[in-house]
Design a binder for this molecule. Structure first.
Ligand SMILES: *Cc1c(COP(=O)(O)O)cnc(C)c1O
Ligand code: SF4
Length: 444
């Protein structure tokens, strides 16, 4: 594979993208305006190999990476446009934009509350919500090869500092894991941890391969790099070193799960991504694929069916379908829960058993990952049938529960218990504990 030199596009230089001539002046203005509120970054792979410029602005990959006018409210749009046109002073501009961002629910599902303690130290780069799995956000991985316009991690990229979860000290992570023997999985996430160098990744991962960490069975890496920059595994300077690190993990007897973020079948179609998948698979790692369901990008059963089928052909395991979170540009991308379930069901029904490994649609809400099992009629009342795929309290996983049918609902907060109940079963008797308290007591 020929080396591809990485070229970043952002607000400063996006007007140099040659293909931009396919856009109207309105669309270009929108990139400028909305790009000052939501994170915006693209690269030459996304621009040259993924976007179909004959189909902009409706092209799914264009919409995935380039800001569009409707992603923020009309009032906010006019406000930012006015400030740009009138050369508003930097401080004032930033303050105003941050105000808009803060109203876009930058920290959904109480993410800031899942930060664990090591003695008296708050571990800001760690989240421990479910007993078996610890999430770690390497501070060098708090960026992505391009940004998804729907990203719920967007505050991490826009410099709202106190919301940055990143942590430098691998040492603290390792000490925390030694104290929590029920943890079997460490999930490196971000941003995209694969934006960090192989050396930095090794400093986090290699210590976990020693005897002391026998209880850690699976190392997971959540990454969009296969979709947005597959050259990370092919021709980047330390591509071979990354592959070597993956091999080391597998040789040490651990399961290496690469959780790839793919939103559309186009992302699975280039030579580069196919070769990168093959290289990663050859290390013995398993690739699992996941994506949110997004209006304008993949809100059709045929798209999902094609995506799962392609993943299976390339040796990846379809893993999760998520409902887009209630943050940032959600209003632009949201799909009603009923429609989400319908898309899942139809896609699921149209592929063979080997591609029916996907769990979803799933909402990562405050109490846990809530699976929309379906819609049912129970003695004349139409209800959503739900269950936890993951829960703060592991004893509650898998128990079915019911919410009143609501055709407009797009997120769990909007649902009410069915059958005239006042609370959902998990809201009773402190079953989920107090979010500010250490979760350990739920995990005895
Ligand atoms: C999704 C998620 C995990 C991993 O869940 P799995 O079902 O094991 O893939 C872990 N922690 C958090 C906070 C999550 O949202
Ligand atoms: S890949 Fe994930 S973390 Fe990166 S911009 Fe997209 S949604 Fe956000």
């Amino acid at each position: 594979m020929q080396e591809k030199k990485y070229k970043v596009y952002n607000l400063r230089n996006f007007k140099t993208i040659p293909q931009l001539s396919n856009l109207s002046q309105d669309d270009i203005e929108a990139i400028e305006v909305v790009g000052h509120v939501l994170p915006f970054k693209a690269n030459n792979y996304v621009v040259d190999e993924l976007i179909n410029w004959k189909n902009v602005p409706e092209d799914p990959i264009f919409t995935l990476t380039f800001p569009r006018r409707e992603m923020i409210s009309k009032t906010n749009y006019q406000n930012v446009l006015f400030m740009l046109q009138n050369n508003t002073a930097d401080d004032e501009f930033k303050a105003e934009v941050n105000k808009i961002r803060m109203r876009l629910n930058p920290n959904p599902a109480g993410q800031a509350q899942n930060v664990p303690m090591l003695g008296k130290i708050k571990l800001h780069g760690v989240q421990h919500k479910y007993r078996e799995t610890v999430l770690f956000f390497p501070s060098q991985g708090q960026t992505c090869h391009a940004y998804c316009t729907f990203c719920f991690r967007w505050p991490q990229f826009t410099g709202i500092n106190e919301l940055k979860f990143g942590m430098k000290e691998a040492d603290l992570l390792h000490r925390y894991l030694l104290q929590h023997k029920k943890v079997t999985d460490v999930l490196f996430t971000g941003g995209d941890p694969m934006t960090a160098t192989a050396k930095i990744l090794a400093s986090y991962i290699e210590p976990l391969l020693t005897k002391e960490f026998d209880h850690i069975r699976t190392i997971r890496i959540g990454s969009k790099s296969l979709a947005y920059w597959p050259y990370r595994y092919l021709t980047d300077k330390d591509a071979d070193e990354v592959i070597g690190l993956f091999e080391k993990v597998v040789k040490a007897g651990k399961h290496l799960a690469f959780q790839a973020h793919f939103n559309h079948p186009v992302e699975l179609s280039t030579d580069a991504v196919k070769q990168a998948i093959e290289r990663i698979k050859n290390t013995g790692a398993e690739i699992r694929a996941q994506s949110p369901l997004l209006r304008k990008i993949n809100n059709h059963p045929a798209i999902w069916a094609e995506m799962w089928q392609k993943q299976v052909e390339l040796g990846c395991v379809p893993y999760y379908m998520f409902v887009a979170r209630d943050t940032g540009s959600k209003a632009f991308f949201e799909v009603p829960l009923e429609r989400a379930w319908d898309i899942y069901r139809k896609a699921y029904a149209s592929v063979s058993g080997v591609a029916r490994t996907v769990r979803g649609p799933s909402m990562s809400a405050h109490p846990g990952k809530i699976h929309i099992v379906g819609i049912a009629d129970v003695k004349g009342e139409k209800v959503f049938v739900l269950r936890f795929l993951q829960c703060r309290n592991p004893n509650l996983v898998g128990i079915p529960f019911f919410a009143k049918y609501d055709p407009k609902a797009t997120w769990f907060d909007q649902l009410e218990p069915a059958f005239g109940e006042k609370e959902f079963f998990f809201e009773k008797d402190d079953l989920l504990g107090n979010a500010d308290r250490d979760n350990d007591f739920l995990w005895e």
